[in-house]
Write a protein that binds this ligand. Structure first.
Ligand code: PEP
Ligand code: MG
Length: 555
């Protein structure tokens, strides 16, 4: 048995799919002229195979996701068939005597570089397409059969060293029955996405891949972090049974989840959901979410090669506002950086990305980008009840700057006669200890706080939330954290402002008790955790929880 860190609830058992990312090595060689025809033949073959791959992927995506989403692969096929590319490669091989791999790489990457330099979003996206297609051709030329996510064709347990948030976002729930990674912690964004997708997951299983082959089978317990290699058929059956029972229990709880959450002595706690994309709204409503306490808007910025335009963002935020039908939705402005990286934003390489140019820090330096997002949120606010929230605020000065940009965005819309909710509420995340410590000052400028415990814990204990080796320090139940949270709640309530918690601890019934005990007003979590949480809250007495929390804080 291997013990990892439980990251997404549920049980899974099945065949392993090892996700291996092979490295493409390009070597320049001078070939003999008489070899040129054979070398060119290899390229033609690789093009033919790539075309077959793309056609298969196109069909799969059309079936699984939709015709619109599959269109990208049709355009990839068109690019692949553009004779300019193949003519140039042929010339480099036959006239300049370059080897097939080098010539192919040179031509594809050369064209990609030209597109990338153009001042046009559409053209820049084509650069990423060219690189992608070029890499597919190169893999065929080099005989690299690395197993990419597109190769998964039957239900499997996905095993990877790590998954990026963009890879996780692409996962198909019908095929990926469980996720196991060698690194990462329970609050890494890949783990959060796995919970959103309701795929059982265990992370931080060091050296697991070495112990497996593509023929292995595996069982995982997303509650305890236990992983069993090649389970017996009895054990496999037991895991299947447990998963069935778990899903039935979830169904039972979901049925009673439409009620508002209240302790048995009448204290109302708002139970809301965290989402990353408009598609997640359905799960929020199905599970009885009273609102959206955190819309991680940065997920709209991942998995693409250019920034989403104001119109695209407006469409996404409006869709969420409309579908939530008057229930409150907190849109957090862009929190990119840390473990969420995109190539097209000027972040660059950093030694400590979690302590670096992230979230509001980037937005305040790139005001145009920030204002586009604020305009999009404001415009969408005329379609429902939206709230704005700034992430990673460390100082009062940052908050005032962010509010000034918001004022500019509002003034622009007014002068253009574009409607928005003039009374839109604005809040901040409290996820840096400095912000918690000056929360009395910050509370005067905002309507609410939402405590990002994932980061607050990481920064309080100086323990990377992605690093399983320091996982023992990552302790939401530590008195240090509860003291900070109580301080924030007291400071906010004194100013008549409310406080939520949207980090992962809010969805854990054990910690939720302590949060309620120190006076937190709202808990926001993965949608599927809501039914259980509402059930638990109804069994609790606020008076007792307050006493228990006070007791714990005395020490
Ligand atoms: C947090 O830090 O607790 C939080 C909710 O934000 P994120 O996990 O996206 O950093
Ligand atoms: Mg955070």
């Amino acid at each position: 048995m291997v013990k990892g860190i439980a990251a997404s609830p549920g049980y899974a058992v099945g065949d392993v799919f090892l996700l291996e990312e092979a490295e493409i090595v390009i070597q320049e060689e001078k070939i003999k002229p008489e070899m040129a025809d054979a070398e060119w033949e290899k390229v033609k073959q690789a093009f033919a195979h790539t075309k077959m791959d793309l056609e298969k992927t196109k069909e799969d995506v059309a079936k699984r996701v939709g015709e619109d989403e599959s269109a990208i692969f049709a355009s990839h096929i068109m690019i692949l068939e553009d004779p300019t590319l193949s003519d140039e490669i042929e010339k480099e091989i036959k006239e300049d005597n370059k080897n097939a791999v080098w010539a192919t790489n040179h031509v594809f990457m050369g064209h990609a570089a030209i597109f990338a330099a153009l001042d046009d979003d559409y053209m820049r996206e084509r650069a990423a397409d060219l690189k992608d297609i070029g890499n597919r051709v190169l893999k065929h030329l080099l005989g690299i059969h690395s197993s990419g996510l597109d190769d998964v064709t039957k239900p499997v347990i996905l095993v990877a060293n790590d998954l990026t948030p963009s890879q996780t976002a692409r996962l198909d729930k019908q095929l990926i029955k469980g996720i196991l990674t060698e690194i990462g912690g329970p609050t890494s964004h890949s783990a959060i996405l796995a919970r959103n997708l309701q795929i059982p997951a265990v992370v931080g299983c060091a050296n697991l891949m070495q112990q497996l082959t593509q023929d292995s089978t595996i069982a995982l317990d997303g509650f305890t972090g236990e992983v069993i290699l090649n389970p017996s058929s009895d054990l496999a059956e037991e895991y299947q049974k447990k998963q069935k029972e778990y899903l039935e229990r979830m169904e039972f709880l979901r049925e009673s989840a439409s009620r508002l959450a209240e302790t048995k002595d009448g204290k109302r706690i708002e139970v809301a959901a965290n989402i990353g994309k408009p598609e997640n709204v359905k799960a929020v409503l199905d599970n009885g979410g009273e609102g959206i306490g955190l819309f991680r808007s940065e997920f709209l910025f991942l998995e693409r090669s250019t920034m989403p335009s104001e119109e695209e963002q407006y469409a996404a935020y409006s869709q969420v506002a409309k579908e939530m039908d008057g229930r409150p939705v907190i849109i957090r402005t862009l929190d990119i950086g840390g473990d969420k990286q995109v190539d097209y934003l000027p972040i660059g390489h950093e030694l400590n990305p979690f302590l670096g140019f992230r979230a509001i820090r980037l937005c305040l330096a790139e005001k145009d980008l920030f204002k586009i997002q604020l305009r999009a949120i404001l415009r969408a606010s005329s379609h429902g009840k939206l709230r704005i929230m700034f992430p990673m605020i460390a100082t009062e000065a940052e908050l005032l700057q962010a509010l000034a940009v918001l004022d500019e965005a509002k003034a622009e819309l007014r002068s253009q006669n574009i409607p928005f909710d003039e009374a839109i509420e604005v809040g901040i995340m409290i996820e840096i200890p400095s912000a918690a410590l000056i929360s009395d000052i910050l509370a005067k400028h905002v309507d609410f706080f939402s405590i990002g415990s994932n980061d607050l814990i990481q920064y309080t204990f100086a323990a990377d939330r992605m690093n399983e080796k320091v996982g023992y320090l990552y302790d939401p139940g530590h008195t240090a954290i509860l003291r900070l949270i109580r301080l924030v709640v007291e400071n906010a309530h004194r100013e008549g402002k409310w406080v939520g918690v949207c980090g992962e601890m809010a969805g854990d019934p054990v910690f939720a008790k302590e949060l309620i005990g120190v006076g937190v007003d709202e808990l926001s979590m993965t949608a599927t955790l809501i039914p259980q949480m509402k059930y638990e809250i109804a069994q609790l007495s606020y008076e007792e929880l307050a006493k228990e929390a006070a007791e714990k804080l005395k020490r």
